[in-house]
Design a protein around this ligand. Structure first.
Ligand SMILES: Cc1ncc(COP(=O)(O)O)c(C=O)c1O
Length: 358
């Protein structure tokens, strides 16, 4: 990736590319999806963006006008609702079911859909693998929401930005494997799978050719023209990294295994804490424990995070930002000795703040 970046610079590739993306990068994305998910794509179904964050913004500009509804599953990545609201839309929340490994209760979502009136939501967005829970959606749950989307005429959008960071104990299913023939979109990018957050490369893929998919694709292309193009050298670099498949896969496997070891280490230590409840993650690098407020002298997740920082110097993220109060998010990327020190401090903090005393 770095070599491809330098090569592009040396070859003077510092011009504008097409607004919707460098053809070489699109071709590399097409090959990736064919290889990973047997998905047939063409260049027209792909739009590259300045990080997926810009993609999230464009999606909402394309789908949402005043009072339009969007369904988000909680806990969600914090940027999603912000862009719905910036377009004056309304967020309808559904919940991932914590007791079921943060999967989806499809019957419940179906019942709720019947209650929300004639005006159908514009899209339903899931995150798979999930930030902040670190879990993956079961194939059956995905098939269920695809059916719901079809019956209710709702576009499905799946954020799959961690789809190469899957742990060894699960089978991963992409929406593209179960949504054929239904209007849907995949969100992805280079930040996580290519460990390249600062390169700012994201991409939106709309594989189908029905009327709604074509309308959305055209809108996205129009938006890309307003900011001319995505960083050219970074596009060449990610195209190079994607084409260098063997090395990329070897590196990603190595990194994913190491992250899995660190997450499992954190999971084990956090599971020893009787004042929280934590589910085993299956992907990405997060854990999302639930605080047992009944047993602790803390008022809220914000209070927990603030006091943990003040008393122990450990920073975690409060659940409220993800639409899930009562929780906090742990990022488990640091080396083991740092993780151990931090989690023992979290556990000690909880013990010291127990209602029944330490
Ligand atoms: C689920 C999810 N989607 C999107 C993004 C945004 O990624 P990018 O760096 O490509 O803007 C992140 C970043 O953390 C994320 O976790």
């Amino acid at each position: 990736m770095i070599n491809a970046y330098i090569k592009a610079l040396r070859e003077g590739k510092t011009f504008y590319t097409r607004g919707d993306g460098l053809p070489e990068l699109k071709d590399a994305i097409i090959a990736r999806y064919k290889r990973m998910y047997s998905l047939e794509l063409d260049r027209e179904s792909i739009v590259t963006t300045h990080g997926l964050s810009e993609g999230i913004s464009m999606i909402n500009s394309a789908f949402i006008d005043r009072n339009d509804k969007a369904i988000l599953f909680r806990p969600y990545y914090m940027q999603y609702p912000i862009y719905v609201r910036m377009n004056e839309g309304k967020v309808i929340t559904e919940d991932y079911k914590e007791e079921d490994d943060w999967n989806i209760d499809v019957d419940k979502v179906g019942r709720n859909l019947r209650k929300i009136g004639k005006k159908r939501p514009k899209y339903m967005m899931v995150t798979n693998p999930n930030n902040p829970t670190g879990t993956v959606l079961k194939r059956k749950a995905l098939m269920g929401i695809v059916e719901l989307a079809k019956d209710n005429d709702i576009f499905i959008i799946s954020d799959e930005i961690y789809d190469e960071m899957i742990f060894s104990d699960v089978e991963y299913t992409s929406i593209s494997e179960v949504a054929k023939g239904v209007p849907y979109m995949i969100m992805n990018g280079a930040s996580k799978n290519f460990d390249a957050t600062g390169f700012r490369i994201g991409f939106l893929i709309t594989p189908e050719k029905d009327k709604k998919s074509m309308e959305i694709k055209n809108k996205l292309v129009d938006y890309t023209l307003t900011r001319l193009c995505v960083n050219t050298t970074a596009q060449y670099a990610i195209a190079g990294a994607m084409k260098n498949r063997k090395e990329h896969e070897r590196e990603t496997r190595r990194i994913a295994r190491e992250i899995e070891r660190r997450v499992m280490f954190s999971f084990k230590l956090l599971s020893e804490n009787e004042y929280i409840e934590v589910r085993k993650p299956h992907a990405a690098f997060y854990l999302f424990p639930k605080i047992k407020f009944g047993e602790m002298k803390v008022k809220s997740d914000e209070d927990f995070v603030y006091r943990l920082m003040k008393e122990k110097g450990v920073w975690v993220r409060e659940g409220a930002g993800f639409g899930a109060r009562d929780h906090f998010r742990v990022v488990s990327l640091a080396p083991k000795d740092i993780l151990e020190d931090a989690i023992l401090k979290i556990n000690d903090f909880c013990r010291k703040n127990a209602k029944r005393g330490p």
